[in-house]
Design a protein around this ligand. Structure first.
Ligand code: LLP
Length: 429
């Protein structure tokens, strides 16, 4: 469910007409809905709680929002107020989470290639846990912790070798992906960590992929994780935490409907029945995706006499790269749909490469130059993946709440863009 809807023939985000935002902020722009973010977070939390899935000390499970999905500080603050934690994969993301008021004890640090500096920053900040993905990393975390005179709280990331959903570029849980270690390696590394003065292993973690719409592969992976916890405990390790990653899909309209959080929670409760452990999760997409849209303006309709009709927008692949990168489908809705029979368009951006195509041969309500369109389900992996390719200014972001709204990342000026670069000394004479 989301809070973008047509009212009186035009698309609103909560109580704010998108056309007004486009007029005041300019296009392209991202618009996020506070109520949708809040709803997704609380629906997931309540579903987990209803199934008895608990965190530390019998409290709420840690829902560590995957900052990579949407790292805007206002979005993170909105979630922080509900009690959200953060799953982070870089020092920059840890800094963002802290700046948004997420306490360090709710921040998880993941990722296959953490640098020494990043590990030191994470440990000094007091993050809740470092999810370790390989043996060299285990050794590095230990070294950094010892040099700081501390013992790093870690979990071992396991690769359950399960194929799950999504595009091949976003599947992470197969043995040939770069993420995590095998089950047997996890046991060995756990024991090694337990005997290491720089490490305190507290649990195990997995994340098998993204945009998963079928619970079966998740259930298979989670059952294997349970088996691992039981084996480790049998070997005498007090395994306290189990982090089950993210991965639940969002509705993109062309894929199967993702399972409701209640079904996800029930599957976990069944798979883990009787296992006493503190759970954590790292959802990104299911919280942020349909809490955001990208609004763009039609620059012109280029109708070739031979037949193809291109709707050329002022948004491009640098603003929303998912169609170019993953052949992703985003529903496109005119902000003020015109009456009339649908027409078939290739919807493209202005960037000088064919990959800058949002969709081909899509039937849409008739479009004219100057019309606004919204790309739905763009709140996750949208603005965070934007760039300045073609020296286009970074796309701005707006957060709406009821009838209120605020620009939460302004569009830079061209002066800002140029001022970030400096000519080499020998070029300035
Ligand atoms: N935890 C870890 C360790 C992850 O690598 C990811 C996503 C998540 C959690 C969050 O997964 P989610 O709940 O959002 O599915 N850019 C791609 C998606 C890449 C996902 C990478 N990892 C896209 O636009 O589809």
């Amino acid at each position: 469910m989301n809070h973008f809807e047509l009212r009186g023939g035009e698309l609103f985000c909560e109580g704010v007409p998108l056309a007004r935002l486009a007029g005041e902020v300019g296009t392209p722009l991202y618009v996020y809905s506070t109520a949708t973010l809040e709803r997704h977070y609380t629906v997931l939390r309540d579903a987990l709680m209803a199934e008895g899935i608990r965190g530390e000390h019998g409290g709420e499970p840690l829902i560590a929002f995957a900052v990579k999905a949407n790292s805007n500080l206002a979005v993170l603050k909105t979630l922080a107020r509900l009690g959200s934690g953060a799953d982070t994969v870089s020092e920059g993301e840890i800094r963002r989470a802290l700046a948004a008021g997420i306490p360090a004890e709710k921040i998880v640090f993941s990722g296959v290639g953490k640098t020494e500096g990043e590990i030191a920053f994470a440990l000094k900040s007091g993050v809740s846990e470092v999810n370790v993905e390989s043996e060299p990393e285990l050794e590095l975390v230990s070294k950094v912790a010892r040099s700081l005179g501390t013992r790093a709280v870690i979990a071992i990331r396991v690769n359950p070798d399960v194929s799950a959903g999504g595009h091949e570029k976003i599947s992470t849980g197969k043995a040939d992906n770069k993420f995590g270690v095998s089950f047997s390696e996890a046991e060995r590394l756990y024991a090694k960590a337990a005997n290491d003065a720089g490490l305190r292993p507290v649990g195990v973690t997995c994340h098998i992929g993204s945009q998963i719409t079928d619970l079966a592969p998740m259930a298979a992976a989670f059952a294997k994780m349970r088996g691992l916890v039981e084996r480790l405990r049998a070997e005498g390790h007090p395994v306290e935490r189990l982090d089950l990653g993210g991965g639940l899909g969002a509705p993109y309209f062309n894929t199967p409907e993702p399972p409701p959080p209640a079904d996800y929670a029930r599957m976990i409760a069944q798979t883990m029945a009787g296992l006493d452990i503190a759970y954590s999760f790292e959802p990104g997409r299911m919280i942020a995706a349909n809490a955001g849209v990208l609004v763009a303006r039609v620059l012109h309709i280029h109708a070739r006499p031979e037949g193809r009709k291109f709707a050329v927008l002022d948004a491009a692949m640098n603003d929303l790269i998912r169609p170019a990168m993953y052949e992703a489908y985003h529903e496109i809705v005119p902000v003020k749909p015109r009456p009339g029979a649908p027409e078939v368009y290739d919807v493209v951006g202005p960037i000088c490469e064919t990959g800058d195509t949002f969709t081909r041969e899509r039937a849409l309500p008739p479009l004219q130059a100057g019309d606004l369109v919204a790309f739905l389900t763009a709140g996750a992996y949208g603005a965070v993946m934007s760039s300045e390719y073609n020296s286009r200014r970074l796309v701005p972001e707006v957060l709406a709440k009821g009838e209120d709204w605020a620009v939460v990342r302004p569009r830079p000026t061209y002066e800002d863009m140029l001022a970030r670069e400096a000519p080499a000394p020998w070029l300035s004479v």
